[in-house]
Design a protein around this ligand. Structure first.
Ligand code: TXE
Length: 495
C-alpha cells in the first residue's frame, strides 16, 4: 500500500534542466535550444528539455553504431549481458517511487497506476528479456547429408525507438529491453510531452554497467528530432508507438531514406461487447468502467466503444453510470483520487472537441463532458459517457485518447461483430458472455490483436501486444518482440 507521506517526499523535488545522453556523456543540444516541461498537475513549468536537431541525432546514432561495431555490448557473452539487464531491473525497482512520481508530474498519471504500470512494468520487462538472453538458440536446417544448413540469429545493429507520453517508461522498456537482449544499440526519443522518466532510465542503465553508447537518448519534438531519427541513413530498425498520422509519415521517411524496417503500434478504438447472458453484469460494468477511464482513457487498448445487447442496454448503462459517478478526479499524486490529469492542454482541447462533435452528430451526454478543476491551473476532464452513438459518427470511428466512452446498442451476434469491426483500427476488444461457444465464435470473427473475455485490460510479458488493420504491424512484449530486432542469416556449407 502506498503512503501519502512517501509520495510527498518526491513530489516537490527540484528537477534539474535536462540534458541528452550520447555515449557516456550527458550534453546539451548543439543548437542550445530548449523547451519547457509543463506539468499537467498545475500547468506550471517543472524543468526544461533539450530540443535536438539532426546534428544531435546524428551524434547519437553514430555513438550507437560505434559501440555496436566495437562489440562492447553486441559481442559481450550473453550471460554477462543478462547480468547487466537484471541489474537494470533491480535499480528500476530500487528507484520505483521516485520514478513513478517523476513520471506522474510529467504526464499526469494517477500515482497508484503510475507505480505499477511504469517502473513496476519496466522492471518486469527488463527481467523478462534478461532471462531470455541465454535461452535463444540458432537452428540447424534439415538439408541433405552432404550439406550443413545453419540459421544464425544476429542483432540488426542500431535500433531507433520513438515513444509516446501515456506510459513512457513501460512502452520505452518494451522496445529497449528486447532490442538490448539481442545485442543491438538503441537510440530512443521520448515524447516531448513526457521525457523525464526515460532520461532517468538512462542514468540507471549506465549505473548498471550498460556499456556507454549502447543506449542513447535524444529529446525534442516529433517534427524535428523524431523526423531526423526516422530519416537517418544508419538506423536499421525503427520501432514506434503513437498516432496513425505519425505512423504514416514514418513509412514515408523510411522510403525516402534507407528503407529501414518500421514496426508500429498505432492506437485503437476498441469495442467492449456485452451480451445479455453475461454472468455478473455488475462486475462487467465495474471492469468496463475502469477499462475506459483508467489513466483518463489515455491507454492504447482502452475499451472506448461499449456495445451492449439491446435488452440490457438501459440497465447496463445505468450500472456503468453509477461507477463513473463515483470516480474522483484530481491531483494524480493525491492518493484519494482515482483519475489524474490529462497529459497536455492540447490533448484536453482535442478531447473536448470530440465531445462537442459527438453532440452535434446526435450523441447524448449521460455524464461528464467538461473540463474541471481549472483553478488549479492543471488539465482535468470529467469521465464522460455518450449514448445513442451511431456507427458513421466521428466519435465512433476515431480514437479520442481521453476519458470518453461511447455506448451503442446491438441486436444479435452478427450485429455485434459488424459493429466491432466497423472502424479502421484493430488493437484490442472485450467480450462478455457466459456462452462458451459464442465466445469462441466471436473471438475468431473480431478483427483485433487482443480479445479480453469476461475481463478488460490486464496483461503480462508473456502475451504479445499487437495490432491488425491500421493499429500497426509490430508486436511489443513476449518472445515474439525479439524478432523485430533480429536478422536471420542462412549458412550453407558443403561437407
Ligand atoms: O502523438 P504523436 P501525440 C494517438 C492519440 C492521441 C494522438 C496524438 O489518439 O490523441 O495520437 O498524440 C513523435 N516524425 N496516440 O501528438 O504525434 C512524437 O514526438 C517522427 C496513440 O502525442 O504520434 C512522440 O515522441 N516522430 C498512442 C511520438 O511521435 C514524430 C500513443 C508520438 O507522438 C513525428 C500516443 C514525426 N513527424 C498517441 N511527429 C498509442 N498508440 O497508444 C511526432 N513524432
Amino acid at each position: 500500500m502506498l503512503d501519502q507521506k512517501e509520495v510527498n517526499k518526491f513530489r516537490f523535488n527540484q528537477i534539474q534542466n535536462q540534458k541528452i545522453l550520447v555515449g557516456s556523456n550527458w550534453v546539451h543540444s548543439k543548437s542550445g535550444q530548449t523547451q519547457s516541461i509543463i506539468s499537467p498537475i498545475d500547468g506550471k513549468e517543472i524543468s526544461k528539455l533539450q530540443v535536438c536537431d539532426h546534428l544531435d541525432v546524428n551524434d547519437a546514432v553514430l555513438s550507437g553504431r560505434e559501440t555496436y561495431e566495437r562489440g562492447d555490448w553486441s559481442n559481450m557473452p550473453p550471460i554477462n549481458r543478462k547480468k547487466i539487464m537484471l541489474k537494470i531491473a533491480e535499480l528500476i525497482e530500487k528507484n520505483m517511487l521516485e520514478l513513478a512520481v517523476l513520471g506522474a508530474r510529467d504526464n499526469g498519471t494517477e500515482i497508484n497506476m503510475a507505480l505499477k504500470a511504469e517502473p513496476g512494468s519496466a522492471a518486469g520487462t527488463f527481467r523478462y528479456y534478461a532471462e531470455a538472453i541465454d535461452k535463444i538458440y540458432g537452428e540447424i536446417s534439415n538439408t541433405s547429408n552432404n550439406f550443413l544448413g545453419l540459421i544464425h540469429k544476429e542483432p540488426v545493429g542500431v535500433v531507433a525507438a520513438i515513444v509516446p507520453w501515456n506510459f513512457p517508461l513501460m512502452i520505452g522498456a518494451w522496445k529497449i529491453a528486447p532490442a538490448l537482449a539481442m545485442g543491438n544499440s538503441v537510440v530512443i526519443k521520448p515524447s516531448e510531452a513526457a521525457s523525464l522518466s526515460l532520461l532517468k532510465l538512462g542514468e540507471i542503465c549506465l549505473e548498471a554497467g550498460l556499456p556507454p553508447g549502447t543506449l542513447n537518448i535524444v529529446t525534442g519534438n516529433g517534427r524535428i528530432t523524431g523526423q531526423a531519427l526516422a530519416l537517418h541513413m544508419d538506423v536499421d530498425v525503427l520501432t514506434f508507438t503513437g498516432s496513425g498520422t505519425t505512423g504514416r509519415k514514418l513509412l514515408e521517411y523510411s522510403a525516402q531514406s534507407n528503407m529501414k524496417k518500421i514496426y508500429q503500434e498505432l492506437g485503437g478504438k476498441s469495442p467492449n461487447i456485452v451480451f445479455a447472458d453475461t454472468e455478473n453484469l455488475e462486475e462487467a460494468a465495474k471492469v468496463s468502467t475502469m477499462g475506459i477511464f483508467r489513466n483518463s482513457g489515455e491507454v492504447c487498448v482502452a475499451g472506448s466503444r461499449l456495445l451492449v445487447e439491446k435488452e440490457i442496454h438501459d440497465e447496463f448503462l445505468g450500472m456503468v453510470y453509477k461507477f463513473t459517478k463515483n470516480l474522483k478526479i484530481g491531483d494524480p499524486l493525491d492518493l484519494n483520487n482515482d483519475i489524474g490529469a490529462i497529459n497536455s492542454l492540447s490533448q484536453l482541447k482535442s478531447d473536448l472537441d470530440f465531445v462537442e462533435k459527438a453532440k452535434s452528430e446526435g450523441g447524448k451526454i449521460e455524464i461528464g463532458g467538461n473540463r474541471v478543476l481549472e483553478d488549479s491551473g492543471g488539465f482535468y476532464m470529467e469521465p464522460t459517457i455518450i449514448s445513442s452513438v451511431k456507427q458513421d459518427t466521428t466519435i465512433f470511428q476515431n480514437e479520442v485518447f481521453g476519458p470518453v466512452l461511447t455506448v451503442t446498442p446491438f441486436e444479435n451476434e452478427n450485429d455485434a461483430v459488424e459493429l466491432s469491426n466497423a472502424t479502421a483500427f484493430g488493437l484490442a476488444s472485450g467480450l462478455w458472455t457466459s456462452n462458451l461457444s459464442r465466445a469462441h465464435r466471436m473471438i475468431r470473427k473480431i478483427k483485433a490483436g487482443t480479445v479480453f473475455v469476461n475481463t478488460y485490460g490486464g496483461s503480462d510479458n508473456t502475451l504479445p501486444l499487437t495490432g491488425v488493420k491500421q493499429s500497426g504491424n509490430g508486436s511489443d512484449k513476449s518472445l515474439h518482440a525479439l524478432d523485430k530486432f533480429t536478422d536471420l542469416k542462412s549458412v550453407w556449407m558443403k561437407i
